[in-house]
Design a protein around this ligand. Structure first.
Ligand SMILES: [Zn+2]
Length: 183
């Protein structure tokens, strides 16, 4: 399975507004393979040559409803200075959030489902999220709680919103208060 730009559902389609369904555990081969394909899309989209060849819009996160699957999982592929944060998480649940808020600087957030739109959105600086995680490095699948902060926390909150039918454009604000800018 290969995901292309045309497979990504664009704003206006009602599936993006639906609350996605929980995944049945143990994880099915199908849901696992879909998650792996979503990760591959993200990885390739960040490789300039491949992105150009296959005309992929670069992204760091992709949620199942964005490829027309109304189920609770999303993939993340973030290249940090020292490490690559990459996984698929099934049935994620944010169980704790910091009071301190942050936002992505520059043009702010964007979304593969909403081309040509960006804007600043308040997010929690730190979140704890419980779920079943697929790790492509060792192919392991583990159920646990993980903590994310700063940029990865922004990405995870954006993707988690997709599972609840919420788009970042619903949350764009100019009233950033004392939130910290993240770049
Ligand atoms: Zn999005």
């Amino acid at each position: 399975m290969m995901i292309c730009n045309d497979d990504i559902i664009k704003n206006g389609n009602e599936i993006l507004r639906r609350k996605a369904d929980k995944i049945e555990m143990p994880l099915s081969k199908k849901d696992l393979n879909t998650g792996k394909a979503m990760l591959r899309y993200l990885k390739m989209s960040q490789d300039d040559k491949k992105a150009e060849k296959y005309k992929l819009r670069p992204g760091v996160g992709l949620a199942a409803p964005q490829i027309n699957i109304s189920k609770r999982f999303f993939a993340v592929y973030i290249q940090e200075e020292k490490e690559i944060i990459q996984f698929v998480v099934y049935n994620p649940e944010i169980i704790a959030e910091s009071v301190q808020m942050i936002y992505l600087g520059g043009n702010g957030e964007g979304c593969l489902s909403i081309p040509n739109k960006s804007g600043k959105v308040l997010r929690h600086k730190k979140i704890k999220i419980r779920g079943t995680w697929y790790n492509p490095n060792d192919e392991s699948i583990v159920e646990e709680t993980r903590t994310f902060s700063e940029y990865p926390a922004i990405v995870l909150q954006h993707e988690n919103d997709h599972l609840n039918g919420i788009l970042f454009t619903d949350k764009i604000t100019t009233n950033l208060g004392d939130a910290e800018e993240i770049c």
